[in-house]
Design a protein around this ligand. Structure first.
Ligand code: ZN
Length: 476
């Protein structure tokens, strides 16, 4: 045993050094791609534009929208046909006020023929695919230009600065994969369960390795690393916060950045107490049509440079202050333009002004897709969104939901789309087993519909066994 232990420790440290070097090299390549002169210019521009009066921002947004609509009509087959069919001339769209004259765009229309949305002459500039299963669990890839990726990075950096965080500050990011690479291979069953990305001064924690047993190791590492900030899903932060709060311990950081899942008020309090700081939540989606970022005053500012946001009830604008669906028109990705895209998320408009002085539209909390934790037979506690990557490249799915029926049993509910092509459910099962471990039984169930009640629609991963978050980390 001791020899085995030493060997596995040595192997573990080799793995750590080798894989950290690999991730750092990849991080550096991506940082150079995104972090060059274009990024700095964009960030400087955004730093300035945030203080412009609303009327100036509105004029800039209108001008950008006119450019986008003209470009889409001239170069994107879908919009050419759609505008012609509706008798819309691009020059009739003078600004955001006129958006209502255009039809909204449903995800199913993109899924039916994604190539139809790619602008002519841009395909070689489309370097990455944003990936999501969205609110209804239908897999979708949206291709993006380098410019739009740089823009995204700059918008995020601007919010970091609102929190007093600069680009090179030490940070911990808790994810499963980065740049399509797992942070720590799933088969690894001994620490360390983190890797260092030197390019971004970033310690990457693998949430695929989070369990009652490993949580204390993660917390020790966090304490030793002393990051300026942490970025993660709200659910993952909550697991850490409950562990700390149960012990009456605090790990102070300067800021916590959350995104991608609903952040509930009670959870926010628990997380802010455990880390003695404020959470800066961020709203975005893989399709990248609109984004919003929370400022130091806790208000959610729509980023007007990034996209135009509408709130609709059905096809008409929601009455002031009432909740409706978020419709986004992206102003940064001319490679695959999304005009009046139905996100499936909902929110309401909030009246300003915000004491921070930034004049932008404000929104309330976003109700998007939620996902319960999945507990695996080998004791891991995985954020539900962690299984999203299993759906990567799985076509012909209209809706999906992942249900944990028992500690060792997952049922995937699928609604097929209208095409006759089959769903590659063998591949989906194999992908899921890779995430969840071979002890899990995964069955795929085809249905006509998934949600009996509309309110269930937003829960993509449902745990029937309870994640046991209250007990995480054992007794205090
Ligand atoms: Zn503000």
């Amino acid at each position: 045993m001791p020899d085995g232990g030493m060997l596995s420790a040595a192997a573990g440290s080799l793995r750590y050094v080798g894989h950290s070097a690999f991730l750092s090299a990849k991080g550096l390549a991506i940082r150079q791609l995104r972090g060059g002169a274009a990024f700095r210019a964009r960030l400087a521009e955004l730093e300035e534009s945030q203080w412009a009066p609303m009327a100036v921002k509105q004029a800039a947004q209108d001008a950008r929208l006119r450019e986008l609509v003209r470009h889409a009509y001239d170069n994107v087959p879908f919009y050419r046909r759609s505008f012609d069919r509706h008798g819309i001339r691009p020059e009739a769209i003078d600004g955001v006020e006129d958006l209502q004259r255009l039809p909204t765009l449903d995800k199913s229309e993109i899924r039916a023929n994604p190539e139809d949305f790619v602008a002519r002459g841009q395909s070689q500039r489309l370097i990455a695919t944003g990936w999501t299963t969205g609110t209804t669990g239908a897999p979708l890839g949206v291709r993006r230009t380098l410019e739009s990726i740089v823009y995204d990075k700059a918008i995020l950096a601007r919010q970091r600065r609102w929190a007093g965080i600069d680009i090179d500050d030490r940070n911990v990011a808790i994810w499963g994969t980065v740049w399509s690479n797992v942070i720590v291979p799933r088969a690894v069953r001994s620490p360390p369960y983190w890797r260092f990305n030197a390019a971004d001064n970033q310690l990457l924690f693998s949430y695929y390795h989070l369990s009652d047993e490993t949580l204390p190791l993660f917390v020790d590492k966090l304490r030793a690393f002393q990051p300026a900030y942490i970025e993660a899903f709200p659910s993952t932060m909550l697991a850490f916060a409950r562990f700390l709060n149960r012990r009456g311990e605090v790990v102070p950081v300067r800021a916590v950045f959350t995104s991608s899942e609903p952040l509930y008020a009670g959870h926010r309090q628990e997380i802010e107490a455990a880390f003695a700081t404020r959470i800066y939540d961020y709203y975005g989606h893989a399709e990248r049509a609109v984004t919003a970022a929370e400022c130091p005053h806790g208000r959610m500012h729509v980023n007007p440079e990034y996209g135009a946001l509408e709130i609709l009830q059905g096809d008409v604008p929601a009455p002031a202050g009432q909740s409706g669906e978020i419709i986004g028109t992206g102003l940064t990705n001319f490679g695959m333009p999304l005009i009046r895209y139905r996100t499936g998320d909902s929110t309401r408009a909030v009246t300003g002004p915000c004491p921070c002085g930034r004049e932008t539209p404000l929104i309330g909390p976003v109700e998007g897709r939620a996902a319960d934790f999945i507990r695996t037979p080998d004791g891991r506690l995985m954020p539900g969104d962690g299984v999203m990557e299993a759906f990567y490249g799985i076509d012909n799915v209209k809706e999906s939901q992942v249900v944990q029926e028992a500690i060792d049993r997952i049922v995937v509910r699928l609604v097929k789309d209208e095409t006759t092509a089959p769903v590659d459910d063998q591949r989906l099962r194999a992908n899921l087993l890779r995430c969840l471990g071979p002890e899990m039984n995964v069955t795929v169930e085809y249905r006509q519909s998934i949600w009996e009640k509309a309110e269930m629609k937003k829960r993509w991963v449902v745990s029937k066994i309870g994640a046991g978050l209250d007990k995480i980390g054992g007794d205090a």
